[in-house]
Design a protein around this ligand. Structure first.
Ligand SMILES: Cc1ncc(COP(=O)(O)O)c(C=O)c1O
Length: 385
């Protein structure tokens, strides 16, 4: 009885396998924020005790409450992005933004450009649309823009994709950051060949070293970039709140679609998030996260140096993930053995539209204890050996 689209909506083998991992397995697989960085209960309670509950418990507009959009206009200034409330849509997590964007821009079978590896949560919405994907391998400073340009030139008569999707800063899963030059070049190409850049940016505030790089949106004078932000990694994921910054025409169409899904995102959560931005609580969460995750990143990098042989890995300046590459080994097959040994990770295949990246894996360092990072890496090195 299921529709063709519903039939394309499948859980994958990797998720099933990870579900069976016992609780005593050290999971470097998840992508969860560490609850130690969540706001302190007393500070949080002081905020919610002052809320106007008659407003906070009520329905609200699809686009989001003005109080939050105004706070986000200020927040975006800290990224060198000038915008205003009409260019912002509040979403139920940035995951909803990704889903909505794929629905308003793509017809079934349309071409799309991606990074390889790419964020798993964009793969599934594209599969629902049966998108025809071309992927561009990541280099140390982001996607290979020369190859992208060559491909654009090749397909320009057949039809250029409507968008390219990128996570340019501390990418999930690789931790890689796109250089400023490549960001500028990407915007130039978008203008020249007429496509959108979907910039998904959950991690850029979580920088542990190195100089800040402006988002691609900061170089966008022609409304070519559709930017997605989220409260999940800078505040709490449980409220399911994110936002999109784009041209008003895009925002209005996204809102029309959103109406069909949930009418609007949590009113209560939006008021809380707005107050927490205004009162500096989110800024505190960010600086806590930088301290806690920065240390955990160092611990994982040291453990990799100490125990891992015949492998290469990224050294991200921020975010929550390290990408490990092995030589000629299938990390999907290896996962069962790793789980038996008491450690889990996400195999690279999960981050590739057509099942590439077989010999890579994603390791998360934000969630597990410092001790478990070391033990997890040790166990993993033994399994690989
Ligand atoms: C790159 C990327 N995009 C989007 C999301 C989804 O985040 P949200 O919790 O806002 O839906 C995540 C979550 O891990 C992510 O890593």
């Amino acid at each position: 009885m299921f529709s063709d689209e519903a039939k394309r909506c499948q859980t994958n083998y990797i998720r099933r396998l990870l579900r069976y991992a016992h609780s005593d397995v050290i999971s470097l697989a998840g992508g969860l924020p560490n609850p130690d960085v969540f706001p302190l209960p007393e500070e949080y309670n002081a905020i919610v005790n002052k809320l106007n509950l008659k407003k906070a418990f009520q329905y609200s507009s699809t686009g989001g409450i003005n109080e939050l959009k105004e706070e986000l206009v200020n927040w975006m200034k800290t990224f060198n992005v000038d915008t205003n409330a009409d260019n912002i849509l509040i979403t139920t997590g940035s995951q909803q933004g990704l889903y909505l964007i794929s629905r308003i821009l793509l017809n079934d079978g349309d071409p799309v450009f991606l990074e390889e590896p790419t964020y798993i949560g964009m793969i599934n919405p594209l599969k629902l649309k049966d998108a025809s994907v071309t992927s561009f391998e990541l280099e140390d400073d982001g996607m290979n823009i020369d190859l992208l340009e060559e491909e654009l030139e090749r397909v320009k008569k057949l039809g250029v994709p409507k968008f390219i999707y990128v996570v340019p800063t501390f990418q999930n899963p690789s931790g890689i950051t796109m250089s400023e030059n490549k960001r500028k070049k990407l915007v130039d190409l978008a203008n020249e060949y007429d496509f959108y850049v979907i910039e998904d940016d959950p991690y850029s505030k979580l920088r542990y070293e190195g100089d800040e790089v402006k988002p691609i949106k900061a170089f966008d004078d022609n409304n070519r970039v559709i930017y997605l932000g989220t409260f999940s990694k800078i505040f709490v994921p449980g409220f399911r709140l994110g936002w999109v910054v784009a041209h008003e025409g895009i925002i209005d169409k996204l809102a029309l679609y959103k109406q069909n899904i949930d009418l609007h995102s949590t009113t209560y959560g939006q008021y809380v998030a707005a107050e927490c931005l205004k009162n500096g609580i989110i800024q505190k969460v960010v600086s806590n996260a930088i301290n806690v995750y920065g240390k955990k990143r160092d611990i994982m990098l040291k453990a990799l140096e100490d125990y891992m042989e015949n492998a290469k890995w990224t050294k991200p300046q921020g975010g929550m993930f390290i990408w490990l590459k092995l030589e000629g080994m299938d990390t999907e097959k290896l996962l069962e053995k790793a789980i038996q040994k008491g450690v889990a990770y996400v195999p690279g295949k999960a981050f590739s539209y057509y099942g590439g990246c077989e010999s890579s894996m994603r390791l998360n360092f934000s969630y597990v204890s410092d001790e478990d990072i070391v033990n997890g890496v040790k166990k993993l090195a033994e399994v690989i050996k």
